[in-house]
Design a protein around this ligand. Structure first.
Ligand code: HEM
Length: 131
């Protein structure tokens, strides 16, 4: 049986794809201005772009996890922890990009998405090895 949290991975994946389109549309309103946010290569602009792209990347991770976890013969604590860690990673990454764009000294905050995603990936890999 699949853990109920899997439904959230699927829901979040599609919501994040929509937010990716929305954030891209917002960037699109100003991106023709050479000096917007300090220019294309500025720290602020790069982090806004990273936030936009991270919606799609982490949507795909959650979607992949959803289909992979459905192929596991049984649910386990590891699968449930991985599911939540994928969700927390997806929520915290674009948030960290936004915070970092305005507070570069908050760099250590990236540990939240990074550790969650490393844990999620490791647990999923472990479960796949057992198939
Ligand atoms: C409604 C759909 C989308 C809109 C309106 C949109 C808009 C934008 C805009 C305006 C930029 C430039 C930001 C800047 O100048 O700083 C950008 C960059 C980027 N977008 Fe999107 N985007 C969309 C969908 C996507 C999708 C589906 C992907 C990939 C899965 C994607 C990946 C990227 C990447 C990788 C960059 C950085 C490109 C670079 O730095 O050369 N975007 N997007």
């Amino acid at each position: 049986m699949n853990p109920p949290v899997l439904h959230f991975n699927l829901l979040l994946a599609w919501l994040w794809i929509l937010l990716g389109f929305l954030s891209g549309s917002l960037l699109g309103l100003k991106f023709h201005r050479e000096e917007w946010l300090g220019g294309y290569a500025s720290h602020k602009r790069r982090l806004y772009r990273l936030g936009h792209i991270s919606f799609f990347g982490l949507a795909l991770m959650n979607l992949l996890f959803y289909f992979t976890a459905r192929s596991f013969p049984s649910s386990s604590m590891a699968v449930e922890v991985a599911a939540w860690a994928f969700i927390l990673g997806a929520i915290s990454m674009p948030l960290c990009c936004l915070i970092m764009a305005h507070k570069p000294q908050a760099r250590a905050l990236f540990l939240v998405p990074v550790l969650n995603l490393l844990a999620a990936g490791t647990l999923t890999f472990w479960e796949v090895l057992k198939l």
